[in-house]
Design a protein around this ligand. Structure first.
Ligand code: AMP
Ligand code: TRP
Length: 349
């Protein structure tokens, strides 16, 4: 797994190699989350860097959440992480709100970030829509909290899907401005790690839209909780075109739906998209879709099964998250304390 160098480009400080990433527990996880994030997260374990994975419940609150459902979805996301191979003994797995560093550093960094930077965030423009005056202040400030998540651990590498690239660039801008304004070399310029065939899994109904847990159409996505029949049916009904598959990805430039299905196939089976094209060259979707459905079910069914097993013991999931939070606190509390000192607060001790 390629990891970024442990120090920022202009930095003399050698930062401890640390991988950090987060997922919002604001609904069931999708195949997009799995291929773009979860599946890759597990691969960083044992690669010489500490791995820290966070269920960002404070981010979820930026839009209304039913309290009991949020709690349940947080447990479900924890179960999905573990079912996808994240081992809480080798990684730190926790929920964001249980570690005070996140909210505290978010405030400190929101005094470094500029309003003009926030105004450029396309995710806010998309989510805020036309009703921008009425969305929560948290939704606007969200990228500063995300920067705090990462910088509270001085994380050096952050694996994410393509949609988070702009937020990671903002995190680097905030870190650089902090270092510059206070004349320190304290925060690393974190590297985004956006790699693989599935950095942007698209909707099954519209190849120009991202597959998302918040899409009103359930047929647009595969949920990690879907059973084998549902997965097969959704793939069978996925929008495609009437052309046969070409011998390489070159031929799929103007065929977003077809390209998406080939990318999903490749990411599921750890092959290259070109290899998938070569295998199905000249064949139509009547042949391709059943093969894709088989691959998806073979890959996802064991994960769903493990997830369901883990969900049977919510007290154990809570215990694992609390243990992760205690370990996350040990790393992040001194970093936030040092940030406070640098910014001019009287030390706590
Ligand atoms: P979210 O569900 O928005 O909290 O996203 C959690 C992680 O999954 C982030 O790293 C996203 O970039 C990634 N992700 C979400 N949707 C997709 C998608 N359709 N394709 C690839 N990655 C995704
Ligand atoms: N904003 C990310 C998303 O919606 C989730 C997230 C929050 C995150 N904090 C993070 C991802 C820190 C990586 C690192 O997908």
């Amino acid at each position: 797994m390629s990891l970024a160098p442990a120090s920022g480009p202009a930095s003399a400080t050698a930062f401890t190699p640390r991988v950090f990433s987060g997922i919002q527990p604001s609904g069931g996880l999708t195949l997009g989350n799995y291929l773009g994030a979860l599946k890759r997260f597990a691969g960083y374990q044992g690669g010489g860097a500490e791995t820290i994975y966070c269920l960002v419940d404070l981010h979820a609150l930026t839009v209304w959440q039913d309290p009991e459902r949020l709690r349940q979805q947080t447990r479900e996301a924890a179960a999905a992480f573990m079912a996808a191979g994240i081992d809480p003994a080798r990684s730190i797995l926790f929920n964001q709100s249980a570690v005070p560093a996140h909210a505290e550093l978010a405030w400190l960094l929101s005094c470094v970030a500029r309003v003009g930077w926030m105004d450029r965030m396309t995710q806010f423009k998309d989510k805020g829509g036309r009703d921008r005056e009425r969305v929560s202040l948290g939704l606007y400030a969200y990228p500063a909290l995300m920067a705090a998540d990462i910088l509270a651990y001085r994380a050096t590498a952050v694996p994410v899907g393509e949609d988070q690239k702009q937020h990671l660039e903002l995190t680097r801008d905030i870190a650089a401005k902090f270092n510059h304004d206070y004349g320190v070399d304290f925060f690393p310029l974190t590297e985004p790690v956006i790699e693989g065939a599935a950095t942007r899994v698209m909707s099954l109904r519209d190849g120009t839209k991202k597959m998302s847990k918040s899409d009103p159409s359930d047929a647009s996505r595969i949920n990690l909780s879907d059973d084998a029949d549902t997965i097969a049916q959704k793939i069978r009904k996925a929008r495609t075109d009437a052309e046969p598959l070409p011998g390489s990805m070159e031929g799929l430039k103007d065929r977003p739906e077809a390209r998406n299905l080939v990318n999903i196939f490749a990411a599921l089976t750890d092959e290259s998209p070109d290899a998938i094209c070569a295998r199905f060259e000249g064949q139509g979707f009547g042949a391709f879709k059943p093969a894709l459905a088989d691959a998806a079910v073979a890959h996802l069914a064991p994960i769903t099964g493990r997830m369901n097993d883990l969900m049977r013991d919510p007290a154990e999931l809570d215990r694992i998250l609390r243990d992760g939070a205690a370990r996350a606190d040990v790393i992040s509390a001194p970093i936030v304390e040092e940030t406070r000192r640098i910014m001019g607060m009287i030390p706590k001790r």
